[in-house]
Design a protein around this ligand. Structure first.
Ligand code: SF4
Ligand code: SF4
Ligand code: SF4
Length: 187
């Protein structure tokens, strides 16, 4: 039988499919809702106003105003470690024994979110000039492939995409979505 978490009950989401996007470096959801005291400090700390009060009073990302630049201001004010950078031990193991390995600590990524472009209604695919998503992407994850007939297809490089959400907020026809991706431990 499937376990239903407290947060699923609060959200009315018995199947567990509507997980909100938490701020970057949020610990796994089942711990997050226990550690987070809903103090709002991360919400106040985000200069770009990307964190809003979500269901149950817990903070969640709202990418409508722009993309996250991973400035870490939100995690720096979190006193309960609900937002916390976790050292990437797998990376350390890989580097172990390598005499050139850097002393710098590496951390797990801030989240597992990727952008996705629905090309059907993309302006650029319909012969209207638009490069907004590519221009907003600091990580250069979106490039345009020129085709006949004034069409330029936006090509998203998933590996380079950090899920920052910058492209999501600028697309004039809202054909970009942000999607959580599955990772090995299933979180
Ligand atoms: S890392 Fe910076 S920009 Fe991103 S949500 Fe936190 S405070 Fe806002
Ligand atoms: S493609 Fe990825 S990295 Fe680039 S702006 Fe969109 S979400 Fe950010
Ligand atoms: S911003 Fe939106 S409409 Fe413009 S090229 Fe990118 S996906 Fe297409």
């Amino acid at each position: 039988m499937t376990n239903i978490t407290r947060m699923q009950l609060l959200r009315g989401d018995l199947k567990g499919k509507k997980k909100p996007f938490r701020p970057p470096w949020a610990i796994p959801e089942e711990y997050f809702v226990d550690y987070c005291t809903r103090c709002d400090k991360c919400i106040d700390a985000c200069f770009d106003e990307l964190i809003v009060k979500g269901r149950g009073g817990f903070p969640q990302m709202d990418f409508k105003k722009g993309g996250c630049d991973f400035c870490e201001d939100c995690i720096n004010v979190c006193e309960t470690n609900a937002l916390k950078k976790i050292p990437d031990n797998t990376q350390k193991t890989k580097e172990h024994g390598n005499s050139d390995s850097s002393e710098e600590e590496s951390y797990l990524p801030p989240w597992h979110i990727k952008a996705n472009i629905d090309l059907t209604n993309c302006l650029s695919m319909n012969a209207t000039i638009c490069r907004s998503c590519g221009e907003s992407c600091d990580d250069k994850a979106i490039k345009f492939d020129l085709k006949l007939g004034g069409i330029a297809e936006p090509i998203l490089n998933i590996e380079q995409c950090t899920g920052c959400g910058a492209c999501f907020s600028v697309c004039p026809v809202q054909v970009i979505t942000l999607t959580p991706i599955a990772i090995e431990n299933g979180t």
